[in-house]
Design a protein around this ligand. Sequence first.
Ligand code: GLN
Length: 454
Amino acid sequence: ATVDAVGDGRPGVHAFLHVDAEGALAAAADVDSRRAAGEQLGPLAGVPLALKDVITTSDMPTTAGSRILEGWRPPYDATITRKMRAAGLVILGKTNMDEFAMGSSTENSAFGPTRNPWDLSRIPGGSGGGSSAALASFQAPLAIGTDTGGSIRQPASVTGTVGVKPTYGAVSRYGLIACASSLDQAGPCARTVLDTALLHGVIAGHDPLDSTSIDQPVPDVVAAARRGADGDLSGLRVGVVRELGGEGYQPGVEARFTEAVELLGKLGAEVVEVSCPNFKYALPAYYLILPSEVSSNLARFDAMRYGLREGDDGMRSAEEVMNLTRGAGFGAEAKRRIMLGTYALSSGYYDAYYGQAQKVRTLIARDFEAAFGQVDVLVSPTTPTTAFPIGEKVDDPLAMYKNDLCTIPSNMAGNASASFPCGLAEEDGLPVGLHVMAPVMSDDRLYRVGAAVE
Ligand code: GLN
């Protein structure tokens, strides 16, 4: 029945770029035959899932939201795709996203925006707005996102769903089309904390095919979610980040966040205020590091290896064909960041920009280290505002970038963090997210807190 529902989609939401109803039915039938043959499958076997279109699938196109990859079919499955298939998960299709995961609204998709199921005139967040909208419109109970600066957590926040960015290196990046390799992390999304934990358990773990993959046991996130559901947080120390709130934050967001913090206290947690003075530099440093890595990662789209090829009439040079292809294939935001990154990395500017930003990155990691010396988790709102109207920030990149003020520090430091629904803002009736940050490889703490406030 779910597959049929996805076939129609929820009118106007546009969560999916590609739906594979036949493939999904075949995968579901395969689960039945594996069970009949006596195979022990986990609790998610047969459960449908929406996959962000930045993760390779050998049986479906993968576009990363870009024209430049239109028509490309990957020759292989990403490690997480392979793991999900092995667990019997049924991949319904590929979800819409900002081109190459750059954006906070899914308006940068080459294939048209996704709309927020709570209010179709508003954005579903980005870059993974297709995945969050698929969850919020009940087209799928599980989804996968990727988070380079907030693209799992911000969409979760503005659609009232759960999104977890695991520790950097905890989930394989093999087969994930790179945005900024030192920041990118795939993670689980769902409508409940336990569902998210179960999916986390399926996709996490060491992968020899990813050189930055962490070779350590995965924390027991499912046990943590079950424990948290008891609603007892005694012994847990929670730090409220002073720098992430106040001016520029919507009153309704602050009100729900304050209530969530009070609830943590009522459930037995010890709540203190913590200062992370370098977090205010995270956004500018991120917008040097990210474009630098993007300019290098997107160089592979050269009109020869993948998808689109423009102007190849036998009369033009390879360079001309490449220029025409990249000119036609990349959208405005991708071009903006390629230019910024190429500039920041160019000789003579490297130390002033990229090198400086890397130093700031170290300072942010030190802020986290100091904070986690005092508390077990840190909290803040996930986003300064609720979902904004489609079109409001498309011509103002800086306003768009500010959505990620709270989420970017965790990408810079590589620690685990998540967004959990914490009610609706009074002024617009739209969802607000509680952002929880935990130390590297302590992803289980996120689930304990998330399940306790659910
Ligand atoms: N919105 C941020 C950006 O545009 C984060 C993107 C992401 O996490 N992929 O870069």
